[in-house]
Design a protein around this ligand. Structure first.
Ligand code: SF4
Length: 162
């Protein structure tokens, strides 16, 4: 979830967000924030501040999409954070990890049966452990294919996947 979508989510959930003295962000009512929401705000502090103050930013948040107008639930945020953490552990660059995690949460909210290697128990960074069943000629799976939504006959949801 990019900063723009996070801001929409928080406002949609009834929070008031504004810049605070000293470069902080004031959220009201702060006591109603979940741990996941607090973590997302920390992760996107600079980009959120830029959005709130109108300052130039170098972030590449995608334009808000129509589905983002429907506030993310706590479960959506947990799924986003779980996938993001896993992809970062696998060495994915943060922008790519965030983009795929964001895309997968939006996929979760759509009637879309496609899957991603990132959720598959056969995936290890750069490799598919079930490539013949998947119809691949080699086990090599680069980040481009690993991050693509696809219909794969070899897919099995990884234990602990959101
Ligand atoms: S079985 Fe399919 S979804 Fe799973 S890792 Fe291999 S190519 Fe990806």
């Amino acid at each position: 979830m990019g900063a723009a979508n996070l801001l929409q989510h928080l406002r949609g959930a009834g929070f008031t967000i504004s810049p605070a003295d000293g470069g902080g962000i004031r959220v009201t009512p702060a006591g109603a924030l979940t741990d996941a929401q607090r973590q997302s705000i920390r992760d996107h502090r600079a980009a959120l501040l830029a959005l709130l103050t109108g300052a130039p930013t170098t972030t590449t948040d995608p334009a808000p999409d129509p589905l983002a107008a429907v506030a993310w639930t706590d479960a959506n945020i947990e799924r986003f954070l779980t996938r993001r953490a896993r992809l970062l552990r696998w060495g994915w660059p943060e922008p790519e990890a965030e983009a795929l995690s964001d895309r997968l949460v939006r996929r979760d909210r759509e009637p879309d049966a496609r899957v991603s290697c990132a959720d598959c128990k056969h995936y290890r960074p750069g490799r598919c452990g079930n490539h013949r069943r998947a119809g691949l000629s080699t086990p090599d799976v680069g980040r481009d294919l690993g991050g693509m939504l696809q219909r794969c006959p070899g897919f099995t949801l990884a234990p602990g996947s959101p």
